[in-house]
Every structure is written in structure tokens, then in C-alpha cells.
Design a protein around this ligand. Structure first.
Ligand code: ATP
Ligand code: MG
Length: 329
């Protein structure tokens, strides 16, 4: 079976953007691929190095979010990045031939550096796409289901794999990104992508009253003051969410908004009902797995499988790079 690698930074709970951008695809593909889900705690520290205490709660929470969304822990391996030493080893080797200018030109790095207000960048932050190449290649994954912001990083991974194979011999596949039909869900503020670090998200674990508060205060078309004013759905956050969670009614909603025959409040109520259809089963599954020790047990088992895959890859890498000094010949 071919392998999938994808995952999330444990910087906070997962949200609707994760669901439509990546989780939905993970769940759909779990029967056809040997799936590895990384809880990328080292990558989280590339922006949160001063607050490692954040990780303890969020590592388990992010794993539980993945399971609640429909991943079967018996089938997929959910693991913790820092517990797989082969990823750190590969990061060092991949950094040998990846130039600084390649990393500096990465548009996602530029956007995030601005978002975090960095005037200078740490070596770890600038280089996290190299570490991410190691996250993907340690298990020789071929498919990477991700949101749009990750495309430049998957390009780095493809370069890293291709160049390694040219330099030392064929070890790695050149993985493909798998983008969903909603590859960038806008945040509640209507400005940036929905993101756990920006406070503009509806979380998978939010209860209905929380969701109601968030949806009701979401930005719609600012030019639409009266219910009968013609609206501009293309600049409306709520319309973007209808596209992601209520595709069947999109043509009708678009028409009613443009003609000013349905008001924003009714439109928001309709959306909440549709979100509930997605989120109620996730809530139920969360309750089923949210038992003391259960998530830790799942993470331990998944990490064990990841280390086994990494050990196998490192044997191939050492042989290719001629660093298998003690091996009997
Ligand atoms: P952070 O702000 O801490 O970076 P994040 O919300 O960007 O958090 P990540 O853990 O970085 O989440 O991303 C995990 C995966 O979810 C990636 O594949 C990413 O592309 C995808 N993703 C995140 N936000 C969105 C979004 N708003 N729309 C579509 N996909 C998204
Ligand atoms: Mg991110």
C-alpha cells in the first residue's frame, strides 16, 4: 500500500479550515493508503519556542480532533514528531544541499514571518520546510493531503527527494500534494485564512451555542445594511462557508442574496443547521474516545509504527550515503 503523510501543528484545537482543507481527505483516503498523521510538535516550536508548556495539552487534543473527525486509530498511525528521532536525523542531511535562497523565496514563510512580526528569522523557522520534508520522507510517503498554504512546502519536499536521489542513489519517492476543493477557508474576520493562531476560527470542538455566537458575529457584506439591499456573496464569509458545507444550496443562496430576498440572519441560521450536520457526529465520536489514557495509548502505538518505518528508511539512507560504517559486508 502506498503511504500518506499529513498532519497538524499542536498550537491549538483544529477548526473548520482543517476539516475542509485536509481532514475530509484524510478520512476518505484512509482505506486506500497506509496513513501516517503527524502531530508536528517540533514545527509548533519554530514559532512557539518560548512556550513549550502549550504542547502538552494540544498534542493530545489535536490527535483526538483527528480521531473525532473520523480517522480510525486501528488503521492509521497518529504519532508525535519529536518522538521519531529519524526525522531529526534526516533534517540534518537534507539541510546539507538545500540553499538559504530557496528557503527565503518561499511565499508561505514570507506570509507567516509577517504574521508573527519577525524582523529576523531563526534558523529553525526559515528551515522548517526542510524539517517538513523529513516529516514526509521518513516514511517514504507518496501523497500529502494539505491546504493551499502548504504547496510551496511540498515543492521543497519534492526538490529534497529528487536531489537526494541524484546525489546518493534512489531512496525517496517524489510526493504529490493533494489539494481539496476548499483549499483555503477564510477566517471569521474575513481577512485571513482561518487559523488557530489568529483567533478567527470555529473549532471542531465548539458547542452549538459557541458556534451560534461566532456565526452571528461573522462579517458579511458591509454594504448590505437593510435586508432588502442587494448583497455581494463573493465578498461574504458566510457565503464562503455555504460553499464548503452546503454546496447543494449554493446557487439558490447566491440568487437570494444578490436579489436581496433573503436577509443575512436567515442565511446564517441556515448555515448553522448545515454546520451542525457535520459537527454533531464529530462531537459524538470525540466523547467515545475522550477517556483517560485512551489518546496516549493511540499515540504510543502510532509512534511505534512511525519509528519502525523511520528505522527502515534510515538503513536505506545510510547505505546510499555510505555512512553505514559498522555494517557487516
Ligand atoms: P497555525 O496558525 O498554528 O499554523 P493552522 O491553523 O495554520 O495553525 P496547521 O497545523 O498549520 O494549522 O495546518 C494543518 C493543515 O491544515 C495544513 O495542511 C493546512 O494547509 C491545513 N489548513 C489550515 N488552515 C486551513 C484553512 N483555513 N483552509 C484550508 N486548509 C487549512
Ligand atoms: Mg499553519
Amino acid at each position: 500500500m502506498k503511504r500518506i503523510l499529513t498532519g497538524d501543528r499542536p498550537t491549538g484545537p483544529l477548526h473548520l479550515g482543517h476539516f475542509v482543507g485536509s481532514l475530509r481527505n484524510r478520512v476518505r483516503l484512509q482505506n486506500d493508503f497506509d496513513t501516517f498523521i503527524i502531530v508536528a510538535d517540533v514545527q509548533a516550536l519554530t514559532t512557539h519556542w518560548e512556550s513549550p508548556e502549550l504542547l502538552k495539552t494540544h498534542v493530545q487534543e489535536v490527535a483526538l480532533d483527528n480521531i473525532a473527525a473520523g480517522l480510525d486509530p486501528e488503521k492509521v498511525s497518529i504519532f508525535v514528531q519529536s518522538m521519531v528521532p529519524q526525522i531529526a536525523e534526516l533534517t540534518v542531511f537534507f539541510g546539507l544541499y538545500t540553499t538559504v535562497s530557496r528557503l527565503r523565496h518561499n511565499p508561505t514563510i514570507k506570509t507567516e514571518a509577517k504574521q508573527y512580526g519577525y524582523t529576523d528569522m531563526t534558523y529553525g523557522f526559515l528551515g522548517y520546510p526542510v524539517s517538513q520534508a523529513a516529516d514526509i520522507l521518513f516514511c517514504r510517503a507518496e501523497l500529502v493531503p494539505v491546504g493551499e498554504d502548504q504547496l510551496p512546502h511540498v515543492e521543497v519536499t519534492r526538490f529534497v527527494a529528487r536531489r537526494f536521489n541524484e546525489l546518493y542513489g534512489q531512496v525517496f519517492p517524489e510526493p504529490q500534494a493533494k489539494i481539496s476543493d476548499v483549499s483555503r477557508l477564510i477566517g471569521l474576520d474575513g481577512n485571513a485564512k482561518m487559523s488557530k493562531s489568529l483567533g478567527n476560527a470555529i473549532y471542531l470542538k465548539d458547542d452549538p451555542s459557541e458556534i451560534r455566537k461566532k456565526v452571528m458575529s461573522a462579517v458579511t457584506d458591509p454594504a448590505r445594511i437593510h435586508k432588502t439591499d442587494p448583497g455581494h456573496p463573493n465578498i461574504c464569509t458566510i457565503f464562503a462557508y455555504h460553499k464548503a458545507f452546503n454546496a447543494a444550496e449554493v446557487p439558490e443562496i447566491e440568487e437570494c442574496c444578490t436579489k436581496g430576498t433573503t436577509g443575512c440572519v436567515a442565511c446564517k441560521k441556515n448555515l448553522m443547521a448545515k454546520l451542525e450536520e457535520t459537527l454533531a457526529p464529530i462531537r459524538e465520536r470525540r466523547a467515545e474516545f475522550d477517556k483517560p489514557g485512551r489518546v496516549e495509548e493511540i499515540l504510543r502505538a502510532g509512534t511505534g509504527r512511525a519509528v519502525a518505518a523511520g528505522t527502515e528508511t534510515m538503513e536505506m539512507v545510510r547505505e546510499a550515503m555510505q555512512t553505514d560504517y559498522w555494517k557487516e559486508r
